[in-house]
Design a protein around this ligand. Structure first.
Ligand code: 1HE
Length: 268
């Protein structure tokens, strides 16, 4: 990808940088407010995640400045705006636009988590394809305590990750999940001792080595198929596999396997 093109973004709350191997870093840059999501940050996420796939990004690391990944909805903005129901419905639609661009965009998004991943912050994290947590990371849905309800897709994505019963418990009681328990219930796939940013970069670089068409299918088709009936999903899977599994980029890889020069799949 052409890294210089990233300069076209005019951003206040995000910092976007690229690397030579096509991995783009999207960093939440409002640490003084614990990266709370105001309406402008959501617009910036829409802009960035709408364009990155077409700019040739091979993978994205979604990280954050400061000690906390994201404190969720900007509660102060929400309070001072005195929104009417229809105003907040439109706010939510913009959140969905942003998070759908991430989940269905076809480019792997790896979230490097730390500290609070709460409320809308968990909705953001659950739109990534892979979540890496460290020992400081904790997950919660404090909406119940705030007199609110989730509006950024948690009823779909968080329920998908942890199941309906756990999500309801999190919202009713403010239950916090962290460390191994967070992995066990499905909130994150990796728990590391060091810095989640470097682990997320390592995973992004690994994913970026796959052919883009394969990653496109992995990072959009699976989500779409989950929305379909089993019969329709099986049909769509065969169509996607027809295209992906006959792509030019897979020929060399299959040739290498056939002539025994390709790496074998080993447990370590
Ligand atoms: C904020 C926000 C925010 C911090 N909106 N400004 N989310 C929550 O219920 C979580 C709310 N936040 C917290 O519980 C804590 O801030 C943290 C545990 C994340 C961090 O604690 P701490 O002690 O490091 O920071 P702090 O002193 O609480 O906050 C520092 C500043 O960030 C302070 O601003 P300041 O101008 O007084 O310095 C806070 O006001 C600001 N800040 N979090 C606005 N969330 C689509 S619907 C989704 C619904 C939800 O997301 S509900 C969950 C909301």
């Amino acid at each position: 990808m052409d890294i210089a093109k990233l300069e076209q973004f005019d951003l206040t709350y995000l910092n976007v940088t690229g690397t030579e191997d096509g991995v783009v870093r999207v960093v939440l840059s409002r640490p003084e407010k614990r990266n709370a999501l105001n309406a402008d940050t959501i617009e910036e996420l829409i802009e960035v995640f709408s364009k990155l796939p077409r700019m040739g990004a091979r993978a994205v690391v979604l990280a954050a400045e400061g000690d906390h990944f994201c404190a969720g909805l900007d509660l102060v903005e929400h309070h001072t705006e005195e929104r009417r129901p229809e105003d907040f419905m439109h706010v939510c639609l913009r959140w969905h636009e942003a998070f759908n661009k991430m989940e269905y965009g076809g480019v792997p998004v790896i979230a490097a988590l730390k500290g609070a991943v709460v409320g809308g912050g968990l909705e953001l994290a659950s739109s990534a394809h892979v979540r890496v947590a460290d020992q400081s990371t904790y997950f919660a849905l404090p909406e119940g305590q705030r007199g609110l309800f989730t509006g950024g897709g948690a009823t779909i994505r968080v329920a998908d990750l942890v199941g309906k019963a756990r999500m309801i418990d999190m919202m009713l009681t403010g239950r916090v999940y962290k460390q191994q328990e967070a992995v066990d219930v499905g909130l994150c796939q990796y728990l590391i001792d060091g810095d989640t940013d470097s682990k997320a970069m390592e995973l992004a670089r690994t994913a970026a080595q796959n052919p883009p068409l394969s990653n496109f299918a992995i990072c959009s088709a699976i989500s779409h198929m989950q929305n379909m009936s089993a019969l329709d999903a099986a049909y769509a899977e065969s169509v996607v596999a027809g295209i992906v599994n006959t792509q030019e980029a897979s020929r060399d890889r299959l040739e290498a396997f056939a002539n025994k020069t390709a790496a074998r799949v080993r447990p370590d």
